[in-house]
Design a binder for this molecule. Structure first.
Ligand code: NAD
Length: 418
């Protein structure tokens, strides 16, 4: 995936005419930390895991990005996702840089007490390089509000009360109202803006969604409430479809009780992968990386793809689809609602002030729609696909901030300054 992020970065850098020295400065992580986490298991044995935190760029502010607990977590993965965060925070213009990290563990095989010990030991090992003005972790795959609460508590033991060290905390522990659904809400806003360009509304289109976790289920719920007709949904258990529109509130109740979409009585069963190529005008991949590759891109029937997941399209798949005339709203724009409300949580924490949920929703609406319009306008003006346009905007912001801090202004071409 690192190759994919760098590939798209370089395409935008070519458009801007950046020289190699500036590319190296903007692509190289500022700091990469690897720590050994040794903890005691419940049966008295020892657990050994590796923890990572890659801090990509801090030109525009403290670094920001999730913590992922997964057996496949490694430095390369953290580096690519950290780089993606730098460009994402810049596209939506929130005052952060990018970071990412995690632990190579499988939480499904650990008790809560074991997970707690691993998390707090990790905090002890990286505490000097994180903090409310340095690097602010957040939940990602297999981490949640509870894990963020443990991190805040452990960090505060060393440095005093520090709610701003992590975001995505429980609402009872200085978390923000509206954070849980923020990414799905942002996905809906960018889709509304995109449809608006052809004088359409959510109620005018059919939609397929891959993934029914945090992002997919909230996006489905909010879109359905606006009249959007969701005709196919999948999760790890498989897919379901109903051309008359799936009853999303009923599906949410089903998933709450059964855990998976499979078996939902209001739809027919299909293979999970069929959701990606289902006959629907809009496709929202909201599950995992590289779901659409050169192998299945030509079978995609949607004319709009909203990348709710990080990196759901390979570079080849992206180009096949764009060449076919498909509008791809890229991840660094489409799923930025989560980090945007994380920013709102952090501002509430450092101001010791709590926002009403209506204010969170209103501010998120403004940020997402403004970012979408800027990307769409540049894409039209410079005849770029939306991903390249989003990277161009992000690179310009990060390069200008870097030049204002360091003596590298002579490396910036006029295209970055206008
Ligand atoms: P999650 O763990 O809550 O949900 C993931 C969903 O994907 C689950 O429904 C799971 O069953 C499904 N899934 C897994 N493998 C699948 C497969 N092969 N086919 C179909 N479905 C499959 O995760 P999430 O928080 O919803 O994150 C989803 C994606 O969005 C990830 O790429 C994540 O990095 C990205 N993202 C999340 C946030 C956030 O705020 N949660 C923010 C930005 C980006």
């Amino acid at each position: 995936m690192l190759d994919t992020v760098s590939f798209f970065f370089n395409r935008a850098a070519d458009h801007l005419g950046l020289d190699d020295r500036l590319r190296t400065i903007l692509l190289t992580p500022k700091r990469s930390v690897r720590v050994e986490i040794v903890t005691e298991s419940d049966d008295g044995e020892f657990h050994h895991h590796l923890g990572y935190r890659v801090q990509h760029n801090s030109a525009r502010g403290p670094m920001k990005g999730g913590l992922r607990y997964h057996p496949s977590m490694d430095e390369d993965h953290a580096s690519s996702l950290a780089s993606l965060m730098t460009w994402k925070t810049a596209v939506v213009d929130i005052p952060y840089g990018g970071a990412k990290g995690g632990i190579n563990c499988d939480p499904s095989k650990l008790s809560e007490a074991e997970l707690y010990r691993i998390t707090t030991t990790f905090v002890g090992l990286i505490k000097e390089v994180i903090g409310p003005t340095i690097d602010i972790p957040a939940p990602d795959v297999n981490t949640n509000a509870q894990v963020m609460g443990w991190i805040m508590d452990e960090y505060s033991k060393y440095y005093g009360f520090s709610p701003g060290v992590v975001t995505g905390k429980p609402v009872d522990l200085f978390g923000s109202l509206g954070r849980d659904e923020a990414t799905g809400r942002g996905v809906m806003y960018v889709l509304q803006e995109c449809l608006h360009e052809s004088q359409r509304k959510l109620a005018d289109v059919t939609i397929a969604i891959q993934g029914f976790g945090n992002v997919g289920s909230h996006a489905a719920r909010l879109i359905a409430a606006q009249g959007g007709k969701i005709v196919a949904v999948s999760d790890v258990s498989g897919g379901i479809a109903n051309d008359e529109g799936i009853d999303i509130p009923a599906l949410l109740t089903w998933v709450k009780e059964e855990g998976v979409v499979q078996g939902f009585p209001g739809a027919v069963a299909i293979e999970g992968h069929e959701v990606l190529t289902y006959k629907a005008e809009v496709l929202i991949p909201a599950a995992m990386e590289e779901a659409i590759t050169a192998a299945n891109a030509n079978n995609v029937q949607a004319s709009i793809i909203v990348e709710a997941a990080n990196g759901p399209l390979t570079a080849q798949a992206h180009d096949i689809l764009v060449d076919k005339g498909v509008t791809v709203i890229p991840d660094i724009l489409a799923n930025a609602g989560g980090v945007t409300v994380s920013y709102f949580e952090w501002t509430q924490n450092i101001q010791q002030f709590k926002w009403e949920e209506s204010r969170v929703v209103e501010e998120l609406d403004k940020v997402m729609r403004k970012a979408y319009r800027a990307v769409a306008e540049l894409a039209r003006q410079d005849q770029l696909d939306m991903r390249t346009a989003a990277f161009v905007i992000a690179i310009k912001r990060v390069a200008r901030a870097s030049a204002s801090r360091r003596s590298i202004a002579h490396l910036l071409p006029p295209s970055v300054l206008d």
